[in-house]
Write a protein that binds this ligand. Structure first.
Ligand SMILES: Cc1cc2nc3c(=O)[nH]c(=O)nc-3n(C[C@H](O)[C@H](O)[C@H](O)COP(=O)(O)OP(=O)(O)OC[C@H]3O[C@@H](n4cnc5c(N)ncnc54)[C@H](O)[C@@H]3O)c2cc1C
Ligand SMILES: NC(=O)c1ccc[n+]([C@@H]2O[C@H](COP(=O)([O-])OP(=O)(O)OC[C@H]3O[C@@H](n4cnc5c(N)ncnc54)[C@H](O)[C@@H]3O)[C@@H](O)[C@H]2O)c1
Ligand code: SF4
Ligand code: FES
Length: 806
C-alpha cells in the first residue's frame, strides 16, 4: 500500500517538490496537502505583475484543481493545520480534521514582518504576500488616493510601481540611505532612485516610522523626527519572517527557520521542511531558485533515489519594474580582499561592477543593461579563473544584446532561467528532441520561464536560433497544448485518417511528449473523439474535474448540485423534494441561478449520490461543456404580449439537446415576443417569437466577452426551429476548437458563412442525422452514479480515514 505523505502549505516550493515526486514515481505516496489560502497553487511572484495590471489572478494559477484531482492528491484549501503531533504521526487542522502521515513535509513559507508600532492593526494597513493582499490594494485604489509603502526593498518597490499604475500617489519610506541596500551598491542604488522618482515615486529616505495614525482606518504616518505624511493605505514591505510556529509547537528544532540537514530533514526523522520556512546551514532563502533546488533534493531523497546533497545556493536578483533593468548576485561591496572591475556609462545610464577575489568572480551588480548577467553568474558559480581575460572580455560597456549571435556564442552550461536553474543546453536539447516550437512548450517541458518570466525573451531567441526558419515569432502555431506540436485541425484530421478511437491511442500514435497528456489535451481529445464518433465511449477520467464528478467543485472543496428544471419551469413536488434534501443534509446555501433553477451549494463529495437519489431529478449539467439551460419567458400562456408558446418550445429544445457534448457551454433563451424577457439576445442560441413565427439569433454571450447575438434567420414553425438549431449546434461541434464559445467561433468563421452552410437543405439534414445519432449515446449521469457501485466507490467515496477529533 502506498505510504501517506502529508504536506502543510500549498505554495510554490511545496508544490514544486510534489511535482518532482510525481515525476519520479506517481504511485509511491498517497498525498494530502493542506493550504491555508482558499486557492490552488499559484505563482506568488507574479502578484507584482497582477498589481501592476499586466496579468490577472486567473493567469497566475500554476496548478488548477483538476491537476490535484488527476494526480490523486487530496487537497484541503482554506484549511490551516494548527497542530502536528510527531509522536502519533498526525496533523490536526483548524476544523478538527486529523490526518495521519508516514512522512510529513512542512512548506509553510513566510509571513510579512509587520513593524510593531502603534496603529499597525488599523484598517488600511497591509502586507504584500498573497492574493488577498493584492485584492485589498486593488480595491483600495478604487476609493482612495494616497498610498505609503514602508520599505525600499524588492517587494516595496514592486508594490509601489503597482500602486502608481493603479492611479495612487505613492510615498516610499525607507530606513536607510540607499534603496535595495542588500542587492545594490551606492551608485546603482542612486541610479535606481533617480529612475523611480522620474516614474512618480516620492522617496522619504533615512526615515523611521514611529506610529500609524487615524481612527479605525489609517489616515497618516508619524515619523520618529515628528514629521507626518498623509496615507489612505500603508503597505509594509520591511522583510519577511519564516513561518515556524507550527514546527516550534510540534517540538521541531527551530532557529530563525526550521533547521534542516542537506536532505531537508528536520530534527525529527520522517519530518521535512522545504522553502522559505526552512533554515539550511544557518541561511533562510526568500527567492524561488534555491527553494526549487531544495525541492528537487527532497523529492529524490524521499523517493529513495540517489541524490546529491543540497549544499546551499548563490542567488541572483532582478527587480520586476518596467524600465528598470538591474541584476545583482553574490557580494556587493568591495573590501581589501577584492578588486572591482567597473564600467559606468553615465550618458546611457549603464553601470556594471564585478567583484573579484583571487581571480574569481565573487559579486555582480549590473544596472541599465543586464545582458551579461547569465554569463557572469556562470563564471562566478563555476569559479572560473578570469586572470587571462581582459576586462572587455567579460564586461562589455554596451552589454551584449541578446540577439541570435549571443545565443550562438553562449556555452551550453550557461543559465537561461535563473528561477528554475535551466541552462541553454537543456533548452536546445528539449527543442530538438521534443519538437518544441513555442516558449510555452519549452516551459512545459523544462520549467524554464514558469516563475518570474524574465527569461522568456531569451528562450524565444534560443528557439529562433535552434529552429531557424521554422520559428515564426509573430505567428506561433497554435498547438493543442505543450504535449504535441500538432494543431487542433491536424489532430482531428489524424484521428479521422488513422481511425484512432481512444485518448491513449491518439497520444501514442501521434507521439505525445508526455505519455499521460495534460489537463489541456486530455479533455480536448476526449471531446474530439466524441464529436467524430457518435457511438464513442466517453473517457470519464479525461474530463475536467467538474464534468468527471458531474457536480461543480467549489473553492472550499465542496460541490454544488443543480437539478434540471426544463425551461425554468418547476412544480410543487420537485420543490418539496429539494426542500427536504436541503433540510436533511443541512445544505448550507440554496441559490436561484441565472439559468432559472435552484442550486444546492456546499455539499460533501460522499453525499452526492444519496442526494441525487433522493432528489430523483436529472442533472442540470451546470458544470458541463454542453447545453446548460434554456431560459424561457412565460409567453402566450400567461403574458398578454406573448404571441407564441415560449415555455413549450424552450422545454422541448432542452429535452432534445440536453447532455450533448459541445466545445464549450451553450446557453439558450426563448422569449415569446421582442420584449425579450428571457434575454434571448445574449444567448448562444436565442429564439424570439414574432407574429406568425420565430426569429433565431446566434452567437450571443452574456459573460466575460459580452456580445449581442446576430439574427440567423426567421422561420414559421417550431419544427423548423428544432431542425435549424440542431444543424447549427452540430456544425459548431464539428468545426470549433474545444473551449471555443459560439460567440468567438462565429466571429472566426463568419455569420455569412454559417448562413450559407445552413441554407443547404441536404447538408442540414446530414447534420441533424449526425447530432441525433450522437444524442442516442447519452444516459442520465446521476442515475448511473446511484446504480453503479463501482462509479460510486471510485468517484464519490472519500478515500482516507480522517476522523474529526472531539
Ligand atoms: C509580491 C511578491 C513578489 C515576489 N517576486 C519574486 C521574484 O521575482 N523572484 C523570486 O525568486 N521570488 C519572488 N518572491 C518570493 C517567492 O514568491 C517566495 O520565495 C516563494 O513563494 C516561497 O515559496 P514557499 O512555498 O516557501 O512559500 P509560499 O509560496 O508562501 O507558500 C506557503 C503556503 O503555506 C501556507 N501555509 C502556511 N502555514 C500553513 C498551515 N499551518 N496550514 C496550511 N497552510 C499553511 C500559506 O498560506 C502559503 O500559501 C516574491 C514574493 C512576493 C510576495
Ligand atoms: N524581484 C524579486 O526577486 C522579489 C520581489 C518581491 C519580493 N521578493 C522577496 O520577497 C521577500 C520580501 O521582500 P522585502 O523587500 O519585504 O524584504 P527585504 O528584506 O529584501 O527588504 C526590506 C527592506 O525594508 C527596509 N526596511 C526595514 N525596516 C524598515 C523600516 N522600519 N522602515 C523603512 N524601511 C525599512 C530594509 O532596509 C530593506 O531594504 C524577500 O525575500 C524578497 O527576496 C523578491
Ligand atoms: S418576452 Fe414578451 S411574451 Fe415573454 S414575458 Fe416578456 S413581454 Fe411577455
Ligand atoms: S528567470 Fe525567472 S522564470 Fe526564468
Amino acid at each position: 500500500m502506498a505510504k501517506k505523505l502529508v504536506m502543510i502549505g500549498n505554495g510554490m516550493a511545496g508544490i514544486r517538490t510534489i511535482e518532482e515526486i510525481l515525476k519520479i514515481n506517481r504511485n509511491l505516496y498517497e498525498i494530502t496537502i493542506f493550504g491555508k489560502e482558499p486557492h490552488p497553487n499559484y505563482n506568488r511572484i507574479q502578484l507584482s505583475t497582477v498589481l501592476q495590471g499586466d496579468t490577472t489572478i486567473n493567469d497566475i494559477i500554476l496548478n488548477d484543481l483538476a491537476w490535484y484531482e488527476e494526480n490523486g492528491i487530496q487537497l484541503y484549501t482554506g484549511e490551516e493545520v494548527i497542530q502536528i503531533n510527531p509522536e502519533r504521526k498526525v496533523v490536526i487542522s483548524d476544523i478538527g480534521r486529523e490526518t495521519p502521515y508516514d512522512e510529513l513535509i512542512l512548506a509553510t513559507g513566510s509571513v510579512p514582518f509587520i513593524l510593531p508600532i502603534p496603529g499597525a492593526d488599523k484598517h488600511g494597513v497591509t502586507g504584500f504576500r498573497d492574493i488577498q493582499d493584492c485584492e485589498t490594494m486593488i480595491e483600495t485604489s478604487k476609493k482612495y488616493k494616497k498610498a505609503v509603502v514602508i520599505g525600499g526593498g524588492l517587494l516595496g518597490l514592486e508594490a509601489a510601481r503597482g500602486l502608481l499604475n493603479l492611479g495612487m500617489e505613492v510615498d516610499v519610506v525607507h530606513l536607510l540611505e540607499h534603496l535595495m541596500e542588500k542587492q545594490l551598491d551606492e551608485t546603482a542604488s542612486k541610479m535606481l532612485e533617480k529612475e523611480l522618482a522620474a516614474q512618480g515615486m516620492n522617496f522619504l529616505m533615512k526615515t523611521e516610522t514611529a506610529e500609524i495614525i487615524g481612527s479605525e482606518r489609517v489616515e497618516g504616518i508619524r515619523f520618529k523626527d515628528g514629521s507626518e505624511t498623509k496615507a489612505d493605505l500603508v503597505v509594509m514591505a520591511v522583510g519577511i519572517v519564516p513561518n515556524v510556529r507550527l514546527a516550534k509547537d510540534g517540538g521541531l528544532y527551530v532557529n530563525r527557520g526550521i533547521v534542516v540537514d542537506d536532505y531537508m530533514q528536520t530534527s525529527i526523522p520522517g519530518v521535512y521542511a522545504v522553502g522559505e520556512c526552512a533554515e539550511h546551514r544557518e541561511i533562510t532563502y526568500g527567492l524561488v531558485a534555491p527553494l526549487y533546488e531544495q525541492g528537487k533534493v527532497l523529492a529524490e531523497h524521499i523517493c529513495g533515489i540517489p541524490t546529491k546533497r543540497y549544499e546551499g545556493s548563490v542567488t541572483g536578483t532582478q527587480l520586476k519594474v518596467s524600465d528598470v533593468d538591474l541584476y545583482s548576485a553574490g557580494e556587493i561591496f568591495e573590501d581589501n580582499t577584492t578588486k572591482a572591475v567597473k564600467v559606468h556609462n553615465e550618458f546611457d545610464g549603464i553601470y556594471k561592477k564585478v567583484l573579484i577575489r583571487d581571480n574569481r568572480i565573487v559579486g555582480i551588480v549590473l544596472y541599465g543593461n543586464t545582458s551579461d548577467s547569465s554569463r557572469l553568474y556562470r563564471m562566478m558559480i563555476k569559479q572560473e579563473d578570469i586572470q587571462s581575460m581582459t576586462n572587455f572580455a567579460f564586461l562589455q560597456a554596451e552589454g551584449g544584446n541578446a540577439e541570435n549571435n549571443d545565443v550562438a556564442s553562449m556555452p551550453d552550461d550557461e543559465l537561461v532561467c535563473g528561477c528554475n536553474g535551466v541552462t541553454k543546453g537543456t533548452i536546445v536539447e528539449a527543442i530538438k528532441t521534443q519538437g518544441l516550437t513555442s516558449v510555452a512548450e519549452v516551459g512545459g517541458c523544462t520549467n524554464a520561464g514558469r516563475s518570474c518570466g524574465r527569461c522568456k525573451p531569451l528562450i524565444s531567441n534560443i528557439l529562433e536560433y535552434t529552429l531557424g526558419d521554422e520559428f515564426d515569432k509573430t505567428a506561433p502555431k497554435e498547438t493543442l497544448c505543450t504535449c504535441t506540436t500538432l494543431s487542433r485541425d491536424e489532430v482531428v484530421a489524424e484521428i479521422r485518417e488513422k481511425g484512432l478511437t481512444n485518448v491513449k491511442e491518439v497520444m501514442n500514435v501521434l507521439g505525445w511528449k508526455q505519455e499521460e497528456g495534460c489537463t489541456k489535451c486530455r479533455p480536448a481529445l476526449n471531446y474530439y473523439l466524441g464529436m467524430i464518433y457518435p457511438e464513442y465511449k466517453d473517457d470519464r477520467d479525461s474530463r475536467l474535474v467538474n464534468e468527471k464528478m458531474h457536480a461543480n467543485i467549489q473553492k472550499d472543496g465542496t460541490y454544488t448540485v443543480v437539478p434540471r428544471m426544463y425551461g425554468g419551469v418547476t412544480n410543487a413536488e420537485d420543490l418539496k423534494k429539494i426542500a427536504e434534501v436541503a433540510e436533511k443534509y443541512n445544505v448550507p446555501l440554496l441559490k436561484l441561478t441565472g439559468g432559472q433553477r435552484i442550486a444546492l451549494m456546499g455539499i460533501k463529495k460522499d453525499e452526492l449520490p444519496d442526494i441525487w437519489e433522493e432528489l430523483g431529478m436529472p442533472s442540470g449539467y451546470a458544470y458541463g461543456k454542453t447545453l446548460r439551460t434554456v431560459k424561457t419567458c412565460v409567453g402566450a400562456k400567461f403574458c398578454r404580449y406573448g404571441t407564441q408558446d415560449s415555455m413549450g418550445l424552450g422545454i422541448e429544445l432542452e429535452k432534445r439537446f440536453e447532455r450533448l457534448d459541445t466545445p464549450h457551454k451553450v446557453k439558450m433563451g426563448v422569449s415569446a415576443c421582442p420584449r425579450n424577457c428571457a434575454e434571448s439576445g445574449i444567448k448562444d442560441v436565442g429564439i424570439v417569437g414574432i407574429d406568425g413565427g420565430w426569429e433565431i439569433y446566434v452567437g450571443g454571450n452574456g459573460g466575460t466577452d459580452l456580445k449581442a447575438a446576430d439574427l440567423l434567420t426567421t422561420v414559421k414553425t417550431e419544427e423548423e426551429v428544432y431542425t435549424l438549431v440542431g444543424a447549427y449546434l452540430q456544425y459548431y461541434r464539428e468545426t470549433a476548437a474545444y473551449l471555443e464559445r459560439t460567440s468567438k467561433w462565429l466571429e472566426r468563421v463568419g455569420l455569412e458563412h454559417v448562413k450559407e452552410v445552413l441554407s443547404d437543405k441536404s447538408f442540414v439534414k446530414d447534420l441533424n442525422e449526425r447530432i441525433n445519432k450522437t444524442l442516442e449515446r447519452y444516459s442520465e449521469p446521476w442515475k448511473d452514479a446511484i446504480e453503479d457501485k463501482e462509479i460510486r466507490d471510485r468517484y464519490y467515496t472519500t478515500r482516507k480515514v480522517t476522523l474529526p477529533i472531539q
